[in-house]
Structure formats: C-alpha cells, structure tokens
Design a protein around this ligand. Structure first.
Ligand code: ADP
Ligand code: MG
Length: 211
C-alpha cells in the first residue's frame, strides 16, 4: 500500500491543499525523500523523470518558510527555462495552503528589468537558471542572506550543460547553514563531487528503475 501524505507531520492546511490537488498517496521517491528532508537532512535523491521530485523538495522548503518575512528563503536551480517554469507553477500550486507565498521564476531569455522590479517587491522563493541567478546576485537585485534551502534540480543535466562553476559561485553566496537538496535522474561521477562540495553529510536516496 502506498503511504498517504497524512503519515507525515505536515501542517493541516498543507494536507488539505494536497488533497485538493488530487495528491493522495506519495510516489516512491516522495515516500523515501520526504521524511529525512522534512527533518532537515541534506539529500541526494535519484529517480527518473516523472516520479514526482518537485513535491519531494517543495514540501520541505515550504514547511520551513516564514511567509511573514518577504525575503528569498529558498532557491531552486534548474537547467532550463522550461523546467524552471514547470517547477514555479508546481511550487505555486503547493504553496496555496498559505496566503501570499510569492514564487518568482528568474531565467535568461527574458528581460532583466521586470524581474528586477518583481524582486524589489519581494519574494519568498526563487526558481531559475544558473546564469540569470548569477546576474541578479552580481547586480544586487537578489540577496540570499535569508536563504534556508538550496535545491539543485536535474543536477545531472546542469552538469552536462556546463553549469558546475556557476553553481559553485551561487552556492558561495548562500549561507553556510542551510539545507541543500540535490535531485537527479542519473548519478554520474560529477554528482558525487558536487555533493561533496556543497552538502553536509547527505543521505542518498535512490530508486531502482521500474519497468
Ligand atoms: P519529476 O520532477 O520527477 O520529473 P514532477 O515533479 O514533475 O516529476 O511530477 C510529475 C507529475 O506527477 C506532475 O504532473 C505532478 O503533478 C504529478 N505528481 C507528483 N506527485 C504526485 C502524487 N503524490 N500523486 C499524484 N500525482 C503526483
Ligand atoms: Mg523535475
């Protein structure tokens, strides 16, 4: 029997929202990743595309978020704009349990100015591609002093696309005391090196291919 989200200690309003979204039982990667991630552990989670990884990192960062504080408390790095937009939409749906949690998508290929204006109004969660996130950090339009959670989503693809040094630069601008969640569909050697560099005693959660 698949476990329900109600077996986790989530805020009641979050459970109601999950039900309204039609998310009743956890997918295998969610059942494996959520208990340690909600407990604050760093995680390397490996599972194929479509296995529900967004929920596995969004719920931990959302439960930790202080909605009263309009500062970026979580940053999700994604390899492409398309993926960042998907994560943004899904995180907004998952954030509906509370009022006014602001999630911004910050990607290249779109003008900087509207993004700078949105950031000036404040946001709780930033989702974006490494290049554009670096741009905002360099210009000072994005500050990460209040960050508690850093997510590297599709980390294998980000490495394939040559983002290693950008990720390193961005991580150096994040508080040392934070949770770092790494998600990947595959586990090439570069992922272990990335984990060693940016995570603290990460727990590895791996799901076998299901056919
Ligand atoms: P991945 O990042 O692993 O590729 P996603 O997070 O994009 O996967 O999720 C894939 C799809 O599964 C999405 O359409 C999402 O809405 C759906 N989904 C995620 N978790 C659940 C769940 N617990 N129950 C039902 N559907 C889910
Ligand atoms: Mg995904």
């Amino acid at each position: 029997m698949a476990r329900g989200f109600d077996t986790l200690s989530l805020p009641p309003a979050m459970l109601v929202n999950l039900q309204q979204l039609g998310y009743l039982s956890m997918t295998p990667i969610q059942a494996a990743a959520l208990p340690p991630a909600l407990g604050g552990r760093d995680l390397i989670a490996q599972a194929k595309t479509g296995s529900g990884k967004t929920v596995a990192f969004a719920l931990p960062l959302l439960t930790r978020l202080d909605p009263q504080r309009l500062d970026v408390q979580a940053l999700v790095l994604c390899p492409t704009r398309e993926l960042a937009d998907q994560v943004t939409q899904e995180t907004r749906r998952l954030a509906r349990f509370a009022d006014n949690i602001k999630v911004l998508s910050l990607c290249g290929g779109t003008p900087m100015r509207p993004q700078r204006e949105s950031l000036a109004h404040g946001a709780h969660i930033a989702v974006g591609t490494p290049g554009r996130i670096m741009d905002h950090l360099e210009r000072g339009s994005l500050k990460l002093d209040a960050l508690t959670t850093l997510v590297l989503d599709e980390a294998d693809r980000m490495l394939d696309m040559g983002f290693h040094d950008d990720i390193a630069w961005i991580a150096s601008h994040c508080p040392v005391r934070r949770q770092t969640l790494l998600f990947s569909a595959t586990f090439p050697a570069g992922i272990a090196a990335l984990a060693q560099r940016f995570q603290r005693e990460p727990l590895q959660v791996k799901l076998a291919e299901q056919h």
